[in-house]
Write a protein that binds this ligand. Structure first.
Ligand code: ADP
Ligand code: SF4
Ligand code: MG
Length: 361
């Protein structure tokens, strides 16, 4: 049997497709009539992370921790405040996405596409599916006229929709069908990397599996790499090869999915896992649930030292809350060639509880 495009990509030396280094995205906080800047929201605050060719890398964390902002910076929907995003092009050359402009930026935006969360608000109600899915083909100068129509019809078929729907408007479709349209719009220009931002979170549970299966099939067919953003650890466990856990703009831990779920090494990962609902009621309330105190701190004023220390059940006063002492174990929370990384002072001494994945149905 011949190798699929994905097999070829996975075999190409393991060099990262994307290498995110020290990326920060800060938003100004403005007040008053004159809109004076009075502070900065540190939505993403120094992220090191590699995305390997052909993998699905999950990005998880509570709402507001910076997942969407990091995904947008990676896809250059917005420009990072600091840091570099090294992207390995198909010809092997590496470019820093953070510095791209003009034609080079347009070219990159064809290769890296975003699928947004909300299938209702992300589709223009006044455009037909042909216009919606055909728009990137036209704007990137790839096809026009009947060729464009043929490509859109073919793409509709690939995402499981009939080409007869070409001239219909989004309101005629269900949430799952609209998300198929979103996916078609992202993939019609044949990207290499897709940032899928909570692609099934707004959908009924009954259609989630169908959309996840579609994403998996399209990954094989087109040899795609996914950065899969989600707050839902059950979904991430079912689709991701590796997982990065994000907290208040930083990466807390990165590991292969099975490793991370069975043996978390960061207290925040343990807390997230302990909150995953179990299908079997006997497995609930075994006393393992780690309740997180309070809400996520304000990203305009992150706690000093380890930013998780205000909620961490294992925090050591005088160690974890010391300013200028970032919680790093070995290398910064940065993963290279199978080494997992953890941003916690106490990672080597703590014995944390994971999930027995055989508990899942
Ligand atoms: N355009 C923006 N202007 C100001 N603050 C923003 C903007 N976008 C996001 N934020 C803030 O940045 C933080 C991270 O947001 P976001 O990336 O959407 O998190 P997540 O996707 O993990 O829920 C939040 O505190 C959010 O309010
Ligand atoms: S460094 Fe300290 S506060 Fe931070 S996660 Fe580790 S134990 Fe908890
Ligand atoms: Mg988000």
């Amino acid at each position: 049997m011949s190798a699929s495009p994905l097999d070829e990509r996975r075999a190409d030396g393991g060099a990262p497709l994307l290498d995110i280094r020290g990326v920060a995205v800060h938003f100004p906080v403005r007040r008053g009539l004159l809109g004076r800047t009075v502070g900065r929201v540190r939505a993403v605050d120094g992220v090191d992370l590699a995305v390997r060719s052909g993998e699905t890398l999950g990005l998880v964390g509570e709402s507001g921790c910076g997942k969407t902002t990091l995904g947008r910076a990676v896809a250059r929907v917005l420009a990072p405040t600091a840091g570099a995003v090294h992207y390995r092009r198909a010809d092997g050359a590496t470019v820093d996405v953070a510095t791209l402009s003009g034609r080079a930026l347009r070219g990159f935006q064809r290769e890296v596409r975003v699928v947004f969360q909300d299938p209702f608000s992300s589709l223009n109600p006044r455009m037909t599916l042909l216009q919606i899915i055909g728009d990137p083909l036209r704007s990137h100068g790839i096809a026009t006229g009947s060729e464009l129509e043929d490509r859109v019809a073919e793409m509709l078929t690939r995402v499981g929709l009939s080409p007869r729907y070409l001239h219909r408007y989004p309101h005629a479709f269900s949430g799952g069908e609209r998300q198929r349209v979103n996916i078609a719009r992202a993939l019609v220009v044949r990207p290499r990397l897709v940032v899928a931002d909570e692609p099934v979170s707004a959908l009924d549970v009954s259609v989630r599996a169908q959309i996840l299966n579609l994403l998996r099939d399209l990954q094989e067919e087109f040899g795609l790499t996914y950065l899969f953003v989600s707050h839902d650890l059950s979904v991430v466990e079912s689709v991701c090869d590796r997982v990065a856990v994000m907290y208040l703009g930083k990466i807390a831990e990165v590991a292969d999915t099975a490793e991370l779920y069975a043996r978390p090494r960061h207290p925040y990962t343990e807390a997230l896992l302990s909150a995953v609902p179990r299908p079997d009621p006997r497995l609930r309330d075994t006393g393992r649930r780690v309740r997180l105190a309070d809400d996520l701190p304000d990203p305009a004023h992150p706690p000093r030292g380890c930013s998780f220390h205000t909620r961490c059940p294992h925090a050591l006063p005088g160690v974890c809350d010391v300013a200028g002492r970032p919680p790093l174990l070995g290398p910064p929370a940065r993963e290279e060639d199978g080494r997992r990384s953890v941003a916690c002072h106490r990672a080597s001494e703590l014995d944390l509880a994971g999930l027995d994945l055989t508990e899942h149905p």
